[in-house]
Design a protein around this ligand. Structure first.
Ligand code: SF4
Length: 294
């Protein structure tokens, strides 16, 4: 079992510190200490909820396998809202709740989901990560102006990205954002199983960002890694160890105990379908042309 301090408390503090440039109120750090250490309180650093597998790009080496979806789909907003509540109702604080795709700005009900949660007291910040190919419509921009919303821009330096235009709009409207030049990726490799030993899986998972910083929810199930969520959704993996059914009926105490145990798992079977540990770099965002598999 990897430690509570390294997997929950420290990532909560780091997430808050690095969320957007600038100082955060001391009260927010005190809240992390309170919900991180007081008995009976429960805090998590980042929960990612997948809204859609539709994306405006088809990147080779997409860790989340978007180009493998032959029929990309939107998850109905009522399902997303109910799944987010099934998490929030059981916990005290989520430092960052992320709405992700695919590309979240293609999701038709993004405004409805933001409206539902932006003032929820259990969420400290609501975030979206975009590939900057779309300038959101006015109705979305208005919602992004909320003080709790942050947009992360992934900049792969591709001609179809509108990074400068998007940043100009965000600056003008006072929308909080981060801009990450993400020009090198580590190759995740094919979707197939490699047959790694459990010790190797533990080593790889522990050294990966995913183990410390987020869990991903797709269709009502939380996964230890976003790649695992999509490997499962696409039928390449079926590992009960890596997933937690958020929709199963449990008491609050049962949910807390079981979810915390799941969250602190010290390995993920998804790492057996991933070459990140080999650390081979490749140019980010190179576009696929055919329908061939990853
Ligand atoms: S599968 Fe494992 S190594 Fe690959 S991104 Fe997920 S946690 Fe990291």
């Amino acid at each position: 079992m990897i430690s509570y301090f390294n997997t929950i408390f420290k990532p909560c503090v780091n997430t808050l510190m690095n969320l957007v440039p600038g100082k955060k109120p001391v009260s927010q750090y005190l809240r992390i200490i309170r919900d991180g250490f007081l008995p009976g309180r429960q805090i998590f650093c980042e929960m990612v909820f997948i809204l859609t597998t539709k994306c405006t790009l088809r990147c080779e080496n997409c860790n989340n396998l978007m180009p493998c979806y032959k029929q990309p789909y939107n998850i109905p907003s009522d399902t997303i809202i109910s799944d987010i509540y099934s998490f929030l109702n059981q916990i005290d604080t989520c430092v960052k709740l992320s709405l992700l795709g695919g590309e979240p700005f293609v999701y038709p009900d993004l405004g409805k989901v933001i409206d539902e949660f932006v003032d929820n007291k259990k969420i400290m910040y609501l975030s979206m990560t975009t590939n900057a190919t779309i300038i959101p419509k006015e109705e979305i921009l208005k919602r992004l102006e909320h003080k709790k919303v942050v947009v992360h821009i992934s900049d792969y330096d591709l001609p179809m990205q509108k990074v400068d235009e998007l940043i100009a709009v965000f600056k003008k409207r006072g929308i909080k954002y981060t801009h990450k030049k993400d020009v090198d990726w580590v190759i995740p490799g094919p979707v197939t199983k490699r047959g790694k030993e459990i010790g190797q899986l533990k080593k790889e998972y522990e050294s990966c960002y995913s183990s410390r910083y987020c869990r991903t929810v797709l269709n009502g199930k939380a996964y230890l890694c976003a790649r695992g969520a999509h490997l499962t959704d696409l039928g390449y993996m079926d590992e009960p160890h890596d997933c937690f059914d958020m929709r199963k009926k449990r008491t609050k105490a049962e949910f807390r105990k079981e979810f915390r145990k799941f969250y602190l798992s010290d390995y993920a079977m998804a790492c057996d379908h991933c070459d990140h540990a080999l650390n081979i770099s490749v140019r980010a965002g190179v576009q696929k042309t055919g329908q061939e598999e990853q």
